[in-house]
Unconditional design. Structure first.
Length: 463
């Protein structure tokens, strides 16, 4: 099931040739640790401090900053819980990005005003507050270098020596070639990967259909309880019953249900009742799906994506962060050897468009395939202007690297798996720039079966 789900969102190819470990990722939340790396390049720490010190206050406190450590919890919902506990609006809080749900993660958060003392005494399940301090402005989305990851892959059914060999060989290939910079499953919904279809319907102004997909779509990778609730609501249309009985784990669905009970038939308002960050994420997931498909088209044109072909576009990387700049070069017969050398030395990277209303597809490889894909989905570039969703930004278009290479990629340990007798496990650590998905690197190590842990704690394997 999991492989078919990955293909459903355009994740299909591999950059490495190794056989893969075929292990279990995120068997436990503690197997996946995410540490935000601020712009200064120093990762945060997940060590919790139940009595954080409050520094001397400035004369006027514009914003209170803190480090949020969360355990197996969605970032947006964690912020809502904190806001509710403090009697604040979630819109008062800002952060650089959304972290993995099934993980232990730490990130910076800012809140308008002085909430230091209230934060110090805050007690919420699976949430800890670290390092309280003050500042003069909110945290902007994308205001980080990236994230540092410590990850354990479990349930590997090779002998110990073979596990080490496959892991080391894959690590070497990833360091040499990079991994395919797909948008990962989290972008589309790990258990319900349908956000790109919801986003497509919203682009087309079909809010009723979009909301119904959000409420009713069922996947085997979601818990049986959740699927049963969705099925009953779809069959009965009884939103009053759903408001009372839907489980708290379906928090976003309950927001929509509450709105539809109070405002029957107002599907535009129902969608707009969701947290703005989630609204934007759902819309941009369709853009992400098109990018994933474009990666596959480009791969089929020439195989290895770290070898340039005529028609590719290359971005020069900045010296400090190693991230793409707006400086683009078109690969031609005259300059392709020079640009290839820059790519090999990690001074440049081939990129593909994040499609929007202003994207000039004539400038990119795979133009015909992308135009055909958009036609098959009933979408035009003009739809990205979002005239019917004025509260959300329109999507002009941008670009994104085809490949990504991790920093400080280390194989820390290979040993017998204490939680799966007879199997092996490995521990790895690496850092990735913002917008890059660790799970897309991990699939190069793991390969099919690319197992996904369902909400019931069972494994849905690729078959």
């Amino acid at each position: 099931m999991a492989q078919k789900v990955a293909e459903f969102v355009g994740i299909q190819k591999f950059s490495t040739d190794t056989p893969g470990l075929k292990g279990v990722i995120k068997q436990w939340a503690s197997d996946f640790i995410v540490r935000e790396i601020p712009p200064d390049g120093v990762p945060l720490v997940t060590t919790t401090n139940r009595n954080p010190e409050i520094p001397p206050r400035p004369r006027k406190v514009a914003y209170t900053y803190f480090q949020l450590v969360k355990f197996n919890k969605d970032t947006i919902l964690a912020i809502r819980e904190i806001a509710h506990a403090l009697g604040r609006n979630p819109s008062d809080f800002s952060y650089a990005g959304i972290k993995d749900n099934r993980a232990i993660s730490v990130q910076r958060v800012a809140c308008r005003g002085d909430i230091a003392q209230a934060l110090k005494s805050l007690q919420l399940k699976n949430i800890e507050i670290n390092s309280i301090y003050f500042g003069g402005k909110p945290i902007q989305v994308g205001e980080l270098w990236g994230n540092n990851f410590s990850i354990i892959i479990r349930g590997i059914e090779f002998y110990l020596d073979e596990t080490r060999r496959v892991a080391e060989d894959t690590l070497k290939e990833v360091q040499e070639r990079g991994f395919l910079n797909y948008y990962g499953m989290q972008r589309f919904g790990t258990h319900r990967p349908n956000s790109h279809e919801i986003g497509r319907l919203l682009l087309l102004g079909q809010s009723e259909e979009a909301v119904k997909h959000l409420l009713f779509d069922r996947f085997d990778t979601e818990s049986r309880v959740a699927r049963d609730f969705r099925e009953r609501l779809e069959q009965t249309g009884d939103y009053e019953w759903a408001r009372t009985h839907f489980p708290d784990s379906l928090a976003y669905e309950k927001i929509i249900i509450n709105h539809l009970v109070d405002h029957p038939g107002d599907y535009d308002g129902a969608y707009n009742s969701l947290p703005p960050a989630l609204q934007s994420l759902i819309l941009s997931s369709f853009q992400s799906y098109i990018f994933n498909c474009h990666v596959n088209f480009r791969f089929d044109m020439a195989g290895r994506l770290n070898t340039l072909i005529e028609g590719d576009r290359v971005s020069i990387l900045d010296d400090f962060y190693g991230l793409p700049t707006r400086t683009l070069h078109d690969c031609t017969g005259a300059n392709i050897a020079l640009l290839q050398k820059a790519v090999d030395l990690h001074h440049a990277a081939p990129v593909l468009p994040l499609i929007g209303f202003d994207s000039q597809l004539d400038l990119w490889p795979g133009k015909e395939q992308i135009e055909a894909l958009l036609r098959s989905l009933g979408v035009s570039q003009e739809d990205f202007r979002l005239p019917h969703l004025p509260s959300l930004k329109n999507y002009r278009g941008s670009f994104r690297p085809l490949l990504m290479k991790p920093r400080d990629f280390e194989l820390l340990d290979v040993q017998p798996d204490d939680r799966n007798p007879g199997a092996q496990c490995i521990e790895i650590q690496f850092s990735l720039p913002r917008g890059t998905y660790a799970t897309c690197l991990l699939r190069e190590l793991n390969k099919g079966p690319e197992e996904i842990l369902t909400e019931e704690g069972t494994i849905a394997a690729n078959e």
